[in-house]
Design a protein around this ligand. Structure first.
Ligand SMILES: [Zn+2]
Length: 50
């Protein structure tokens, strides 16, 4: 019993939660997931949290 412990301390919720971004180049507003987010309209990685 109890052989399956809580060995997985991964914060999955923090990674999969989409956030609102705004592109600095074209002003497009979109949702992105993860740390490396690029604009879907112009493929720029110069984005900021909206
Ligand atoms: Zn853009």
């Amino acid at each position: 019993m109890c052989s399956v412990g809580d060995g997985f301390g991964v914060d999955i919720q923090d990674v999969l939660e989409p956030k609102n971004y705004e592109c600095n180049d074209c002003g497009n507003k979109f949702q992105g997931i993860g740390k490396k987010v690029t604009c879907p309209a112009c493929q720029s990685n110069s984005v900021k949290l909206a």
